[in-house]
Design a protein around this ligand. Structure first.
Ligand SMILES: [Zn+2]
Length: 286
């Protein structure tokens, strides 16, 4: 609980609070993907690879630019924590902070996922979402957030006064990335980044602004589909929280595998080219 205020409100407090917000980043000038051009390819996709992500563990895959990949709910309600890297240089990776600032707290159909500085370009575009009917619920919750970082053993250790749980999403992603790249685990860990929480239903409580989760509405055969804007290395953890209805950082919740499917399209979207890295000159006036 936050402490009650100790500062007396000024006389014009109500006026100050009544000021209407403005959107931080008006995105009228943001180049938008031609969603229809991407979706026009979806009727004729060839499945080229299937990757199973075991419960309470993670797996990786690569997907070439111009291909699609889907994250599929297979056997039961399950949340997935997604990391994305440039397949040729893992220093370029998903930047949830700016993706959130540009798209909102939750992402869906037509939204683009951006990479970190100094690259800052779209690395994936969401081309289908079978949960797009959900919108926002009465609690302010929605699916596929870019606000929740990832469950991790450090926060668990703080909150449980010393606990050691090794199958949080952070650890699962670290193990999978270390195995794929051959990096020592301590080095691999530094590349693991804040995730897109696929299928997770989250929001902030209206009264205290606290991050909340509730049972995911995902059901078997639901999927979230992406178009790879650049050659990608993906890593996905099947969260130990299962549908994240009660707790994570333990083996208590029912957990299910997730499936990643990679699809080749017969052609590239009309007018599409891989996005160049960001055009800022990088001198910072030095
Ligand atoms: Zn997790």
């Amino acid at each position: 609980m936050k402490p009650t205020p100790i500062t007396e409100a000024p006389a014009d407090a109500m006026d100050r609070k009544a000021i209407k917000p403005v959107v931080c980043y008006p995105v009228d000038t943001l180049p938008r993907p031609d969603l229809a051009a991407y979706r026009a390819l979806r009727d004729d996709l060839e499945l080229t690879k299937t990757v199973i992500v075991p419960p309470r563990d993670a797996a990786t895959w690569t997907v070439p630019a111009g291909h699609f990949f889907r994250i599929v709910c297979s056997e039961g309600p399950q949340v997935g924590d997604l990391n994305l890297f440039n397949a040729h240089d893992p220093r370029e990776r998903l930047y949830t902070g700016k993706t959130r600032a540009l798209n909102g707290t939750h992402v869906g159909l037509g939204d683009q996922l951006f990479s970190n500085f100094p690259y800052l370009r779209p690395i994936a575009t969401i081309t289908h979402d079978t949960l797009d009917w959900y919108g926002f619920d009465e609690f302010g919750g929605s699916v596929h957030d870019v606000i929740g970082t990832r469950c991790d053993p450090y926060t668990h250790n703080l909150l449980s006064h010393g606990g050691h749980y090794h199958h949080c999403c952070h650890s699962n992603l670290t193990r999978a990335f270390a195995k794929t790249t051959g990096m020592p685990v301590r080095e691999a860990e530094t590349y693991v980044h804040d995730v897109l929480n696929v299928f997770m239903c989250t929001g902030f409580t209206r009264d205290t602004g606290q991050y909340f989760m509730k049972a995911s509405p995902v059901r078997p055969s639901d999927y979230l589909e992406f178009f790879a804007e650049v050659d990608l290395l993906g890593a996905l953890s099947a969260c130990p929280g299962g549908d994240c209805s009660s707790e994570h950082s333990s083996d208590a919740a029912a957990c299910y595998p997730l499936v990643v499917e990679i699809y080749k399209a017969k052609r590239l979207p009309e007018g599409w080219a891989p996005p160049a890295i960001n055009g800022y000159d990088g001198t910072h006036d030095l």
